[in-house]
Design a protein around this ligand. Structure first.
Ligand code: SPV
Ligand code: MG
Length: 538
């Protein structure tokens, strides 16, 4: 059912209806979620929320923009407090059409003079509109509406400006006869006497709406007994918001801490919910290209580093700084650039020296007695998963494109091999890799497979050097995890193994094939102080 139709039905229904003030898209949503069936687009609240006075300081089109946000964000009808209609009969015609276009169900206009002042400020001093002129405005609005169910409520300020019952009745009747769908009788006294007197004489000519801001302690049953159609809670959402904002601002100013208020406040998640982020996520699935899920990275960085002298007295080599950045940040950044965001560093020697934020840490307490696989086991939970997994070392730095190509490999398991090793002649232990078939110069897309990685391989029989990087697809990560579980179940003491041993086992036992990506240069294994100067130039 249209919002206009619903509002008209509420107005005409025999039961007492309540609508509640809102002043922006968020408060409108909150009012709707509380269960209200309609919203009062209060002139006082909307202007106050804008930080201006209730004197038509905000232009009517600015008010219209706020209303549009309110209407877009809710399903229930909105009754706009349209002040005096923002001008004469002609402005009223345009107002009604614009409100209909923005999905506003109804407008209430008051018989004062533009620019108006809030009814609770010097009410007596505010002149009332000429009855005939105002009646013409109502008629113009009714004639302009294109939706038959759009409602115009005529508000008389006769009591507010001190004229009394007779004038109130005269005006209400004239406005009703001009076509108003209901009348709003406003009163500023602390008792319901104006309303009671009016209702006794009104004789149910058309629905009556009230705003009991000042006579707030009247029992609600009285409105039912008087056959009032609709009650407006006109400013209470704004007022409670002001209190909450003041309390929080003052508390933060005084205490310079969030500690005691955080738990009291709606969560950031609650803001997201009110903004409708769930709906966004739903459509994102339909319309955005499928993005690759962010991958996981495990960087093994437990060892102290034997060749760095005093440099590793208080930190492991992965945390030695070159130009202000620890060695390991090179690997972390290269992973991040390849959409590998869930990064875990396995620490061993001096774990507290690691200060890289936004990564996770796990600790291999037995780092001195175990091999690389012992460290990998410390991050075992991170191995099997949905997205890509990259396993590397804290002291091996590769250019981002090397990591990117590796992460994008479609093979379940892939390693990177430098075909002209070793790149640094002082290196003592080299992870020689044998690859099949023999590398063919100039042919890029050959399906190279790993046969073995072993520092003991005769260099002449090796195809190159494994640079220490392994990537698994989601499927590959599960194969790797299963291989590890099977080895553990068989009782093998794999904690003492090196990564080359594990990879060779995977290939040799037929658990999985391991694809090879060849590169040359563009990576560094930081093993001694001479390598640090290479890194400086890298
Ligand atoms: C409003 O909410 O802006 C009203 C009601 O017009 S009152 O402030 O009581 O006049
Ligand atoms: Mg108002």
């Amino acid at each position: 059912m249209k919002k206009t139709t619903r509002f008209k039905q509420m107005l005409r229904s025999k039961q007492l209806e309540f609508i509640c003030e809102a002043h922006n898209g968020l408060s409108a949503k909150i009012v709707e979620e509380a269960g209200f069936r309609g919203i009062w687009g209060s002139g006082l609240s909307i202007s106050a929320a804008m930080g201006v006075r209730d004197n038509n300081e905000a232009s009517w089109t600015q008010v219209l923009e706020v209303l549009e946000f309110m209407s877009d964000n809710t399903q229930i009808p909105i009754l706009l407090d349209g002040d005096t209609g923002y001008g004469n009969f002609n402005n009223m015609r345009r107002l009604v059409n614009k409100l209909e276009q923005r999905g506003i169900a109804a407008v209430c206009i008051e018989d004062k003079i533009f620019p108006k002042t809030n009814s609770f400020i010097k009410g007596e001093a505010q002149p009332l509109a000429d009855i005939d002129e105002f009646s013409g405005k109502i008629k113009a609005g009714k004639d302009a509406q294109r939706d038959d169910d759009f409602c115009i409520i005529a508000r008389t300020e006769a009591f507010i400006s001190g004229w009394g019952l007779e004038e109130a009745l005269k005006r209400a009747n004239a406005f009703y006869e001009a076509g108003a769908d209901a009348v709003l009788v406003h009163s500023k006294i602390a008792k319901p006497d104006d309303i009671i007197a009016f209702m006794k004489e009104w004789d149910d000519r058309c629905p009556v709406v009230i705003v009991p801001t000042m006579y707030y302690d009247t029992p609600t049953q009285m409105w039912r007994d008087l056959k009032i159609s609709m009650v407006i809670w006109a400013n209470h959402i704004l007022r409670s918001g002001i209190r909450a904002m003041k309390d929080t601002a003052q508390h933060l100013m005084e205490h310079e801490s969030l500690l005691h208020i955080e738990k009291e406040l709606p969560t950031v998640k609650e803001i997201f919910r009110l903004q409708g982020m769930d709906e966004y996520a739903q459509w994102e699935k339909t319309y955005l290209p499928k993005t690759r899920q962010a991958g996981r990275g495990i960087l093994l960085a437990a060892s102290k580093g034997a060749n760095f002298g005093r440099l590793t007295d208080d930190k492991p080599k992965a945390m030695i700084e070159v130009e202000g950045s620890p060695i390991i940040t090179g690997s972390v950044n290269a992973l991040r650039k390849s959409n590998v965001r869930d990064i875990t560093i396995v620490t061993g020697y001096k774990p507290d020296a690691f200060t890289i934020g936004t990564v996770k840490y796990v600790h291999n307490a037995a780092w001195e007695k175990t091999g690389e696989v012992g460290s990998l086991l410390a991050a075992k939970d991170k191995i099997a998963g949905e997205g890509e997994l990259v396993i590397g070392y804290g002291d091996v730095v590769a250019r981002s494109f090397v990591v990117k190509n590796l992460v994008e490999s479609k093979a379940p398991l892939t390693v990177v091999v430098d075909y002209q090793a070793p790149h640094h002649k002082t290196r003592t232990s080299i992870d020689w890799a044998r690859v099949t078939p023999e590398r063919v110069e100039g042919i890029k897309k050959l399906d190279y497979k790993l046969v073995k990685i072993d520092p003991q391989l005769p260099p002449a029989s090796a195809s190159g050097e494994w640079i220490g990087l392994l990537a698994c697809t989601g499927e590959g990560s599960k194969l790797l995890a299963k291989a590890i579980d099977d080895l553990l179940a068989s009782g093998a003491d794999i904690a003492k193994w090196s990564m080359p041993q594990l990879l060779s086992h995977i290939v040799e036992s037929g658990v999985a094939e391991v694809a090879v990506q060849y590169i040359h240069d563009n990576w560094l294994d930081i093993d001694d102080i001479a390598d640090l100067s290479d890194l400086y130039k890298f």
